[in-house]
Structure formats: C-alpha cells, structure tokens
Design a protein around this ligand. Structure first.
Ligand SMILES: O=c1ccn([C@@H]2O[C@H](COP(=O)(O)O)[C@@H](O)[C@H]2O)c(=O)[nH]1
Length: 235
C-alpha cells in the first residue's frame, strides 16, 4: 500500500546507522523520507537502496545548481536510482531546468518527480536584500515558481506561506513541497517562513517536509502519529 500521508521526514543525520535506525521505526504508509546533503555526503547512494528496501518513497534533496549539462546528468542518475522526487535550484535558470526536465522525459516510463527550490524557508526579506534581491520573498517565489513551471518542472519547494498564492497562480496540480513546518510550540530553529501542518495543508501544500520536530522529538513516532492525526491521516 502506498503512503497515505503528506509528511516527508527529513533524515538529517550524520551517520547512515542513525538514519536507518530511525527509518526502521517509521512506517512507509505513515510518511515518505528525505535524504539531504548531510546524510548523502556521509553515506553515498547506498542509503537510497537501503531506504527503498525498507519500502520508502525517497525524496533526494540535493538541490542541484550548476551548468545545464551537469545538472541534467545528475538528475538522470538520481532517476536511475529510483528516487520518488529530486530537486534543482530554480535560480539556476530556464536552460538548466529545461535540460533537467528533458533528461527525465527521455527516460522510458519516468516516475521521478522533478521540482525546483524557489526561496529557502530559512530566508526572509533582509536575507534576500543582502544577496541583491530587492523584492519580498513572496514576490521572488512567485517569479521563480512561474519560471519553474514554464521550464517543465513538476512543482516547487517553497514555504507554506506562499502555497495559497502559488496554487491560485499556477494551478492545483503544480506540486508544492513545503519545509519550514512547525507544529504549535515546536522550536523554530533557523527557519524563518513557517506554518503548522494543518495550516500548510489548508493553504494548498501537497507535501510537508519535517525534520527536527520529528527526529529530535523524545518520541518521534508519537509526534509523527499526532501530526498525521491532526491532518486526518489514520494509519
Ligand atoms: O527551503 C528549504 C528547502 C529545504 N529544506 C530542508 O528541509 C528540511 C527541514 O528540516 P527542519 O529540521 O524541519 O527544519 C531540512 O532537511 C532542510 O535542508 C528547508 O528547510 N527549506
């Protein structure tokens, strides 16, 4: 049976052992999992095989950003590894995104979703200003998401604070993957543009990425089960 929850648990661990220990406690019907830069750097691609063996759909969150040829080839390799979703940075531009989308289109029966990161959820307006972007995060997300859609992306990574706007602008089928999810009372950490799980779903997010609120909880499974319960997911 496939996953019934929109939750994607970020397995941000410094060792493969720790991430597999956590994954073994999770149920692939209760969540998908995300492999990011920390875990992939410590474990390499074998982590993808191990998580697939446990039955998980895996989001490979390496946020590729390079010249079109390099990114397209990296995306192709990720799809060959069987990941459910992979991402690039929208700020890499149209040619980079189109080359990546073409690489996946050329694969027989491609099933890997390709999405683009807009503005990191850890950034606010002052962070954008420092890197030379003089519009609000919402305006910049809107611009990058429209570019991503017209460049062949299946969706974007954004904050749930932008989900409602993007859903209206780009349609309900354009996939919105939203990190920066914090249940009420959870530590914000380095995230700036946050929302609760229920707010994010009401705003139109398709998938909610959650790391520390689950992985650093004294009882990760109870926390995940409670979040799913608040979303009406009973597994
Ligand atoms: O804009 C972005 C893009 C990716 N992330 C990743 O999501 C998780 C969030 O973890 P928390 O512990 O829930 O903050 C993490 O792996 C980030 O690399 C993001 O936060 N924002």
């Amino acid at each position: 049976m496939s996953c019934q929850s929109p939750i994607v648990v970020a397995l941000d661990y410094p060792t493969m052992t720790q991430s597999i220990e956590m994954a073994k406690q999770l149920d692939p019907k209760q969540c998908r999992v995300k492999v990011g830069k920390e875990l992939f750097t410590t474990s390499g691609p074998v982590i993808l095989d191990e998580l697939h063996k446990l039955g998980f759909e895996v989001f490979l969150d390496l946020k590729f950003h390079d010249i079109p040829n390099t990114v397209a080839n990296a995306v192709d390799v990720a799809a060959r590894a069987g990941v459910w979703m992979v991402n690039v940075h929208a700020s890499g531009g149209r040619r980079m995104m189109e080359a990546s989308a073409n690489a996946l289109q050329q694969r027989m029966d491609n099933k890997t979703l390709l999405i683009a990161v807009t503005v990191l959820t850890s950034m606010d307006q002052s962070d954008l200003r420092e890197v030379g972007i003089d519009v609000t995060p919402e305006q910049h997300v809107k611009r990058l998401a429209a570019l991503a859609k017209s460049s062949g992306m299946d969706g974007v990574v954004c904050s749930a604070q932008e989900s409602s706007m993007l859903s209206t602008e780009l349609g309900k089928d354009f996939v919105l993957v939203t990190p920066g999810i914090r249940p009420k009372g959870a530590a914000q950490g380095d995230q700036k543009r946050i929302m609760t799980p229920a707010e994010a779903m009401s705003a139109g997010s398709h998938y909610l990425v959650m790391g520390r609120p689950i992985t650093q909880s004294p009882d990760p499974i109870a926390t995940l089960t409670e979040v799913n319960r608040t979303l009406g997911v009973h597994v």
